[in-house]
Structures are given as structure tokens and as C-alpha cells.
Ligand binder design. Structure first.
Ligand code: BTN
Length: 258
């Protein structure tokens, strides 16, 4: 990651002075949560070229080799905690917009937080709110920008992909990192006055909606059909016995995918 090239892409953006760029760290979310506890302002962000202990949802490890973009951004929303429920979904829309703008690619979203290209996961989002004092949220995204297929660990090969197998000619990690930060800076508006429009864009990109899925809870899996999302981006599902439910979080697999 070439920091001066990245800063050139961000020139004039109000969040640019709040960005820290690191060659390596354990987890940008952990670093930013520590900065938030020390009073870092909204828009503070940490970008790393690789992570040694990247974290994913549900306590999982997030494989974070060089060639990826690992970015965390701090929001200090002035709204009730329940208004933050769709934030991961809105961040997924922002990330799709950034990828479309810089790479000319159109990822799909697997509810709630994975970005897919050709059925493979190319990015994941981890949103970590904290309500101890004034509400604060760290939103972290890891994008597999360039990764040759042979560098993907065996156990992830069926799931993980990358935007590019080799360094592309027309787009750069620096341009994409800058675009991610710029599009994430629209999230306060997306949470408030543009919420419905953003949620409908989420639904348009979401491959889970309309699919036959399995709802995974511990060791159990229940078949269902995904019908749509509600105003909090919870997934509306119908089970074979006709019962319907709204899943606020958790894990689903799409049959035929992962
Ligand atoms: C997931 O796929 O379950 C979410 C992955 C989120 C990874 C990003 S990389 C930047 C930030 N730092 C972390 O430790 N995790 C997030």
C-alpha cells in the first residue's frame, strides 16, 4: 500500500486527516476500538496492508494476507441504539458502490455481511458497536483485492475469492481504499434520511433473498426460504411448516453456495 498515492486519492476529504495507515497490525478493528476509548472523533480510520489476527463475525479468524485492504472506520451516531441495526447492511452497500466505482465490478451481497463475485467471498464486514457512554461503532471491512488462487488456503478454496487474481492494470488498492473511506463517510446519512433507498439497494444486490437457505444455529440447520428484509435489514424467512421469522443476526447458508 503506497500511502502517498492513497492520500492523493483522498485529497480534500474531511476524514483524510483522521486516517492512519499501517503496513501491518493484529486487527484494525481492535486498534480503532482502543483509539475510540481514548476519544478519537467520528471519521477516524485505520488501514492496514495485512493483519496478523484479523477477526470475522461469530468469533472467527479472518485470513488477512498482503494484497488485501483492511480498513476500520469509527462512527459516533447520534441516534437510538436500535437505529443502528441495519448498519452492516448499509456498509455492504457502500462497499459495493466503492468497488463498482473503482473496479467496474458489481458484487452481490450474501446476507448479512459478505460480498461475492462469481459466487466466491471477496469481502467481509464486521460491525462492532459499543453503548457504554456515547454510542460508537467501529465498522471493519476486509477486501481481497489481489490474491492468486494458489495462495488461498486449501480449507478456504471453496469459499474465498478475490477481486483480481493478479495486480490489475486499470485499478489500484489505493484507489479502492480511498473510495471505501469516501463511501463509508456517507453512512451517517444512510442511517438517517436515506435509509429506505439504501435498504432497497441492499435488497437488489442480495443473493440470499428468494433463495433456498439453511439457517444454522450451533449444530442444527433448518431449511427455509428467504423472503426479503425488514426495515432493520433482518432477514425474513419462511420455514417448510409455514412459520415465518425475522432473523436479526446469525448465519445462513445458501443451498448450492456456502
Ligand atoms: C467476516 O467476514 O466475518 C467479517 C470480516 C471482517 C474483517 C475486517 S478486516 C478489517 C477489520 N479488522 C478486523 O479484525 N476485522 C475487520
Amino acid at each position: 500500500m503506497d500511502e502517498s498515492k492513497l492520500r492523493a486519492c483522498l485529497r480534500g476529504h474531511p476524514w483524510a486527516p483522521l486516517l492512519t495507515v499501517l503496513p501491518e497490525t493484529a486487527s484494525t478493528n481492535d486498534d480503532l476500538k482502543a483509539a475510540a476509548r481514548s476519544g478519537a472523533p467520528e471519521g477516524s480510520a485505520i488501514l492496514a496492508a495485512r493483519q496478523t489476527s484479523g477477526r470475522g463475525r461469530l468469533g472467527r479468524h479472518f485470513f488477512s494476507p498482503s494484497g488485501g485492504i483492511y480498513l476500520s472506520v469509527l462512527l459516533r451516531p447520534q441516534c437510538a441504539p436500535e437505529r443502528l441495526l441495519p448498519l452492516t447492511a448499509l456498509a455492504a452497500v457502500a462497499a459495493c458502490d466503492a468497488i463498482a466505482e473503482v473496479c467496474g465490478l458489481s458484487p452481490q451481497i450474501k446476507w448479512p455481511n459478505d460480498l461475492l463475485l462469481s459466487g466466491k467471498k471477496i469481502a467481509g464486514i464486521l460491525t462492532e458497536p459499543s453503548f457504554g457512554g456515547a454510542p460508537q461503532v467501529v465498522i471493519g471491512i476486509g477486501v481481497n483485492f489481489v490474491c492468486p488462487p494458489e495462495d488461498i488456503p486449501q480449507e478456504l478454496r471453496g469459499i474465498m475469492g478475490a477481486l483480481y487474481p493478479q495486480t490489475p492494470a486499470g485499478s489500484s488498492a489505493e484507489a479502492l481504499a480511498a473510495a471505501l473511506l469516501r463511501h463509508f463517510s456517507r453512512l451517517p446519512d444512510a442511517l438517517t434520511r436515506e435509509r429506505e433507498a439504501w435498504l432497497s439497494r441492499f435488497a437488489q444486490r442480495c443473493v440470499t433473498i428468494g433463495a433456498d437457505i439453511s439457517v444454522l444455529r450451533g449444530d442444527t440447520r433448518q431449511d427455509a426460504v428467504a423472503l426479503g428484509i425488514d426495515e432493520n435489514a433482518a432477514l425474513l424467512v419462511r420455514y417448510p411448516d409455514g412459520r415465518q421469522a425475522a432473523l436479526a443476526a446469525g448465519e445462513v447458508s445458501i443451498r448450492g453456495l456456502y
